[in-house]
Design a binder for this molecule. Structure first.
Ligand SMILES: *Cc1c(COP(=O)(O)O)cnc(C)c1O
Length: 380
């Protein structure tokens, strides 16, 4: 039990696929097709099929996937876009980059995802779109959200950066749908720490709308078509061939890795069961069992969070906080004039959440150590 438990560790995963990765990279080196090589197209087809969409467009990052999706929908200054404040900055930043205004909607305290029943009250004549985030690998409650969007004629973009392969199935007799597949456009990130991670930045937009797919394709290459003739003003945001080659190798293991993550999450759930009864305010993640949660993160809610985190660090257990300050209270958004207390559920979550180590290679005894140290903390 002396061993350290890092919050995250990719080195073991790399060792297990090192040779495959190296030969995939070597193929790209030999071809010298670094921009839009054949691997990019193959990856796009692979991800579209996996997400059950017609089209997928590789882009330079998850942040750009959001930006390009908003651009494809024509979001512009004066427009308002509804999104949760309890997310990574890019969800809101992409809206602001286009001169539009992010309007924050509080979250569900169990799932940390946008609360669809708080959306309606935030809609104005300027509202153009909603961006639900499938946080930590579990889908937001999409059916009521899509119903509102349809009735009010709003676009929906899924921020599925943490949810590749997650599924939403609200009722026993309904068909499950994949993250990214349920709305106008779905956005993915292949940032190295995501469930499918590149060796650098990379991202993807998925859609089944042909016109939108063509717009994103155009905009990611400066709106150039044919080359050097520009119909619209885009950006330079392509997915590198080298990253695509790496992602194609890693994709073969994604299902296995997801199953491993789910197994670790189940184990945590069982090991923490007793803690829920003797530590007031201790909360395990709420798993909606009809859905497919892919456990990008395993996040608990705890009393004395910062003291626990410090204690765990001293004991050699790494943790992290997603997210310590909700977006409506960020300095860069002070001009939006939100105040503490405006979105109380997000604010409370940001003070209580703690992400524990969860990755396919996490061993059982290391996981036991994490749980054991947390129990030790609350016994004293
Ligand atoms: C990682 C992430 C992004 C951004 O992806 P990058 O590839 O890092 O640009 C956007 N939204 C969420 C919820 C994320 O977790």
């Amino acid at each position: 039990m002396k061993a350290k438990v890092p919050f995250f560790d990719l080195t073991l995963q790399f060792k297990s696929i090192e040779n495959e990765i190296k030969s995939a990279l070597d193929e790209v080196f030999q071809s010298q097709q670094f921009i839009m090589g054949s691997q990019v197209q193959t990856l796009e087809k692979t991800i579209a099929q996996y997400c059950r969409t017609q089209y997928a467009m590789g882009v330079a990052s998850g942040s750009d996937a959001l930006l390009l999706s908003l651009m494809a929908l024509g979001i512009e200054p004066g427009d308002e876009v509804l999104l949760p404040p309890f997310t990574f900055f890019a969800t809101a930043g992409s809206v602001s980059r286009l001169g539009a205004t992010p309007v924050f909607v509080d979250i569900n305290p169990e799932t940390y995802n946008i609360d669809p029943f708080k959306i309606e009250e935030k809609i104005t004549s300027r509202t153009k779109a909603i961006i639900p985030v499938h946080l930590f690998g579990q889908c937001a409650d999409m059916d009521p959200l899509l119903q509102i969007a349809q009735a009010r004629k709003l676009f929906v973009i899924e921020d599925a950066a943490q949810a590749l392969g997650a599924e939403y199935k609200p009722k026993a007799d309904s068909e499950e749908r994949r993250a990214g597949q349920m709305s106008d456009l779905g956005c993915f990130s292949f940032y190295p720490t995501k469930n499918l991670g590149a060796f650098g930045d990379a991202g993807m937009v998925v859609t089944s709308n042909l016109a939108l797919s063509e717009k994103v394709r155009l905009l990611r290459a400066h709106g150039s078509q044919p080359k050097y003739f520009h119909q619209s003003i885009g950006v330079n945001s392509r997915l590198d061939t080298l990253q695509a080659a790496i992602l194609l190798v890693k994709f073969k293991y994604l299902e296995k890795w997801t199953a491993e993550r789910q197994k670790k999450a189940e184990r945590y759930q069982v090991l923490f069961q007793d803690l829920c009864s003797w530590v007031h305010g201790f909360q395990r993640p709420t798993i909606q069992y009809q859905n497919r949660h892919i456990f990008h993160q395993y996040v608990i809610r705890v009393p004395k969070r910062d003291r626990l985190r410090q204690f765990l660090m001293e004991e050699g257990v790494g943790t992290d906080i997603y997210y310590p300050l909700p977006l409506h209270l960020q300095e860069c958004y002070s001009f939006l004039k939100y105040h503490r207390g405006d979105l109380p559920i997000s604010e409370k979550a940001s003070e209580e959440v703690l992400a524990l180590p969860i990755y396919p290679e996490l061993t059982e005894d290391r996981q036991m150590k994490v749980v054991d140290r947390i129990k030790t903390f609350y016994k004293n």
